[in-house]
Design a protein around this ligand. Structure first.
Ligand code: NAD
Length: 500
């Protein structure tokens, strides 16, 4: 395939592109082939400080731009994403590895989010409510907060930044964005398009570099009151600790260990399709990936054998080849971690039904490919059924009834997504009520969120916030209650109770 010329890329601070102050760099390489994608600034604290100062200064004007005008910029941004969807999707396949149709879906999610939040510019609804006193008017309105520190992972390199930056901007905040070091070029393109859509200088800034340097400085910076992070549970804990001294608002979207439940009355063909898509889509590197399949004992053997056949049909390869079903995983460290869980599973006594190895044939040795892997006879407490592997590995657990299925599904520290395949409406409603996750699907896999519904998880998947939909506005605004007394005299709430 044609490969664009490799280039050096820069930070974008206060409307200017520039190198890191210390002049250091890092490389982004394709997980599919090892091809060099680009060279990026390895920034330090001084670069973060400059970006925060620019964002803080820009905030004073941006917060006063009428929200519908801010929304119009997001509309233009969404349109630019549509115009460049194919190019961005191909770039994503090269830099991050997901197959082309999924990369297109990632860009589409950002289009949807931009349009949704653009419309929010004409809503941002508050409340009016009666006063307990005469000739007095009460309302509550959403206020912007200031500079938002946006820290993102590599697995949805266009969609996740949009889930944070679009609502942050429409609400009147400014942004310092640190993308993952595995997908810096997509982060760079995202900001370039925002600037092209008309975002004024200083309102969005990008600083490339590692979590321990750029990310940590952003989290600790006294002029950054809000941090929004999507990443692993471990990073979430570190960020929460680092932000504690500043009493910052911290929005965390963390890991998952999501389960599909298959009941004995399920449409098995549909269930197999849903499980294969949820377990092996994006090579299992979705926070909502189905890494556990909880199966009623009456259909366990049948489902297991159908799943193995389906998994073995999947073709591994670079995501831009039209017959590729599963692309590479993100890097060598991820490949080694995923393989270590195969060894852990076998050591725990689970039965490896298929996969369990690094794929190197047919030219795959240049990249990081892992065979879709299914373990059978998994016990609910085994590590492969408890820990996030973040790769194309799923674990089949046998249960006797719906009560046990729900108990097993809930028996983990995470609470992001869940799904149940059943034709029984009573069973479906029990699952909707009792599964302890932020998202539940009925007769569909664990993946496929839409941008106008809240997105996020219970328990250790997060800290109670939600992305997307109206719920996202709570992360990026603070409520202000306003009382207007037009009686012309001093009226005391709770004291002048006899007045009419
Ligand atoms: P990660 O935690 O390694 O990194 C996420 C981001 O945090 C990166 O930009 C990284 O540089 C930065 N970071 C790391 N240490 C930091 C620190 N001390 N201070 C500030 N920033 C720091 O995660 P990843 O490997 O990029 O992504 C995979 C993880 O993300 C998985 O656990 C997955 O479940 C999770 N994820 C969750 C959701 C969700 O919505 N719940 C969505 C996608 C991914």
């Amino acid at each position: 395939m044609a490969v664009a010329e490799t280039k050096s890329f820069q930070n974008y601070i206060d409307g200017e592109w520039g190198d890191a102050a210390r002049g250091e760099t890092f490389e982004s390489v394709s997980p599919a082939t090892g091809e060099l994608i680009g060279v990026f600034p390895r920034s330090g604290g001084e670069d973060v400080d400059r970006a925060v100062a620019a964002a803080k200064a820009a905030y004073e004007k941006w917060r006063l731009v009428p929200a519908p005008r801010r929304g119009e910029i997001l509309f233009r941004f969404g349109q630019l994403l549509i115009d460049q969807k194919d190019e961005l999707a191909l770039l994503m396949t090269r830099e991050m590895g997901k197959v082309l149709p999924e990369a297109g879906g990632d860009v589409q999610e950002a289009v949807d989010m931009s349009f949704y939040m653009a419309g929010e510019g004409r809503r941002l609804f508050g409340h009016t409510t009666p006063s307990e006193l005469p000739d007095k008017f009460n309302m509550s309105v959403r206020m912007p907060i200031g500079v938002i520190g946006v820290i993102t992972p590599w697995n949805f390199p266009i969609a996740i930044p949009s889930w944070k930056i679009a609502p942050a901007l429409v609400c009147g905040n400014t942004v310092v964005f640190k993308p993952a070091t595995d997908t810096p070029l997509l982060g760079e393109r995202f900001v370039e398009l925002l600037a092209a859509a008309g975002v004024p200088k200083g309102v969005v800034n990008i600083v490339h570099g590692g979590g321990g340097e750029v990310g940590d400085r952003l989290v600790r910076h006294p002029d950054v009151p809000v941090i929004t992070l999507t990443g692993s549970r471990e990073t979430g804990v570190e960020v929460l600790r680092a932000a504690a001294d500043g009493l910052k608002h911290v929005h965390l979207e963390l890991g998952g260990k999501n389960a599909v439940i298959v009941m004995d009355d399920a449409d098995l063909e549909l269930a197999v399709d849903g499980i294969v898509w949820s377990a092996f889509g994006t090579s299992g590197q979705r926070c909502t990936a189905a890494s556990r399949v909880i199966v009623h004992e009456r259909v366990y053997d049948e489902l297991a054998s159908r799943l193995v056949v389906a998994a073995e049909k999947l073709r591994l390869g670079p995501g831009w080849e039209p017959d590729t079903d599963v692309g590479p995983v993100i890097n060598k460290t991820a490949l080694e971690k995923i393989h270590s869980y195969t060894e852990i599973g076998e050591g725990e006594g689970a039965r490896l039904l298929t996969g369990g190895e690094v794929a190197t044939g047919d030219g795959l040795g240049q990249g990081f490919y892992y065979r879709p892997t299914i373990f059978g006879d998994v016990e609910a407490q085994m590590r492969i059924a408890q820990e996030e592997i973040f790769g194309p590995t799923t674990a089949l657990i046998r249960v006797g009834d719906v009560d046990e299925a729900i108990r097993v599904a809930n028996g983990i520290r995470f609470g992001l997504s869940s799904s149940i395949f059943t034709r029984d409406v009573n069973t479906a409603f029990r699952a909707m009520r009792d599964l302890e996750t932020g998202i539940t699907y009925v007769n569909a896999g664990t993946i496929g969120a839409e941008v106008h519904l809240p997105f996020g998880g219970t328990k250790e998947t997060g800290n109670g916030h939600r992305e997307a939909g109206q719920a996202a506005l709570d992360v990026f605004t603070e409520w202000k209650s306003i009382y207007v007394d037009y009686s012309g005299r001093l009226q005391k709430a709770q004291i002048d109770t006899a007045e009419t």
